[in-house]
Design a protein around this ligand. Sequence first.
Ligand SMILES: [Zn+2]
Ligand SMILES: [Zn+2]
Length: 346
Amino acid sequence: MIAARYEGPPEYFKVGEEKVPEIEAGDLLVKVGAVGICSTDAKIILGKRNIKTGLVLGHEIAGEIIDFKDPVKLFNRGDIVGAFPGMACKECYYCTLHLENLCMSKVSLGLQIDGGFQQYMRVPSRILENGNVMKLPGSITLEEATFLEPISCCIESIELIKVQAASKILIIGAGVMGLLHQIILRDTVSKIYISDFQKRRRELARELGADRAIDPGSENLAEIILEETHGIGVDVCFMCADDPPLIGQLCDMVRSRGAINLFSSSILDENYSMDPNKLHYKEIHLTGSHSSSVKQFYESLPLLHQYKQSINKLITHQLPLQRINEALKLYLDHIAIKAIITPNNE
Ligand SMILES: [Zn+2]
Ligand SMILES: [Zn+2]
């Protein structure tokens, strides 16, 4: 079979022939159908995450069970499944608080153990027993199923920030995660403003129902937001772009007692700065959000069902595993919105 292993900078992935992984008691062997390339993969490749080289990355995984070794209950050969990557330790401080996304010794497919950028992936028994593998209905394609994990991360940020039905929201960045927030929240909130430097992304955001898509390069974003909200500011802002200079402006665009979620982490080495007095006097609620839980992974399925037509529009590129370096470059160059690798297609 073919696998793509992370080589560390300046190389991206080394693609080569390997033996199909061997499975042990209680393991599954999954024929990987589709895997999303995400910003986490990009950060690893650029050396911004402490991940060992030689690993098979890829954590937005869907495929077909082609083999297992007993004792395996509830699953069978031929089942189409999505795999949630993260397995929390269940013992650390955060695990005792049921905050498994913040687990201090989490082990994840594609981050600590071999993930989806290979034709066949072993799902170790402990991950299966943890409930990370979800059987998928026939109405969901493998490509669509790669969005389950990203959607679960949106569920985490939306839960943290407590979006209200009548909220006016601002999303910074119309990349895949910004647009996913928009798609999921469109029917709930009253107004969605989204900003992105790229015309094509702004057009897609409008097509997907944004009330206004703003170009922060040629327009005054803060002025527009204040104008749109009668000088009050939006209720909630999701920062879904890696844009440090904009961080300082967020407090000007969010109303008093509003909320800001820093959804995106940063690849850039620049420091973020925010005026503490603006947070203080406006009583703004500031939160980050990171990763998600198995429970949220399951909660993603009905959302994927409901919004799959829109979500499909985010898939701009689909490439075979042999072309993974090209796919990553399309992502890094902001040409791809969502690039999906299909390891078993030529
Ligand atoms: Zn991801
Ligand atoms: Zn833990």
